[in-house]
Design a protein around this ligand. Structure first.
Ligand code: DC
Length: 224
């Protein structure tokens, strides 16, 4: 079974996807982490974030891997663990530019489909239901107000111990800028698939969102 979870930044996609994957023993694939890894690789090779050919070559040289280490999903560029670096404000500010590059998207989509293979998978991102897994049995589109997403992002950064001097207003603006770029790019923009179920998580707890998605999955499993 394939479950696709899409939506704008900080709508809670990865939090709920991880919990559901654990409960159902599905493989969880965080595609945003893969585009973030491409951005870290561009940076470490001192490339311009628009240098498509250079970035593609650097990705081939380093290689991107998602690995479970002690039950936690880690992101590697070659042998280097970049799980923390991918979440830094510098990377968040530039990932939309790198993820808009056609060649980078083509490469990541191939990798994502290979990773999904024939296992039960829950994948989150922006174009999973529309492009990566168009035949997914369950498609969810998670949304929340920009303010609540900014508050969640701030908490998330604090919990990860990542320093940021930004106010909630500034984070809200950053998120709005990124959403605009992600939904207005030419290739596979952030868009709700026509057969996706939209869930507004603004006033919902994590448990409530998990329960709502689990119910959709159970319903779909009965049909199989
Ligand atoms: O989910 P996230 O915030 O970690 O994603 C980081 C960026 O990667 C996001 O701003 C857009 C891009 N992205 C994408 O273009 N397609 C995906 N499937 C996932 C993420």
């Amino acid at each position: 079974m394939q479950v696709a979870i899409d939506g704008p930044a900080s709508a809670g996609k990865s939090t709920v996807a991880k919990i559901i994957a654990q409960k159902l023993d599905f493989i969880y694939i965080d595609t945003g982490a893969m585009y973030r890894a491409c951005t870290v690789i561009a940076r470490s090779h001192h490339l311009d974030y628009g240098d498509e050919a250079g970035i593609l070559k650097a990705i081939d040289q380093d290689g991107i891997e998602l690995k479970a280490v002690n039950g936690e999903q880690k992101v590697f560029a070659g042998t280097k663990d970049i799980s923390r670096e991918i979440r830094t404000p510098e990377i968040s500010a530039n990932v939309s530019q790198v993820s808009a590059l056609a060649g980078v998207r083509a490469k990541m989509v191939i990798l994502q489909r290979q990773m999904a293979g024939k296992v039960n998978v829950i994948m989150d991102g922006r174009d999973i239901g529309t492009t990566v897994l168009p035949d997914a049995e369950v498609k969810i589109f998670l949304v929340a107000t920009p303010r609540s997403r900014a508050e969640r992002r701030m908490l998330d950064l604090q919990e990860r111990g990542i320093k940021s001097n930004k106010t909630v207003d500034e984070i809200e603006q950053d998120i709005a800028d990124r959403d605009y770029k992600d939904s207005h790019r030419e290739i596979s923009p952030l868009k709700k698939a026509s057969d996706a179920i939209e869930i507004d998580t603004t006033t919902m707890s994590i448990d409530q969102v998990v329960a709502a998605i689990l119910a959709k999955i159970k319903k779909s499993q009965k049909k199989l």
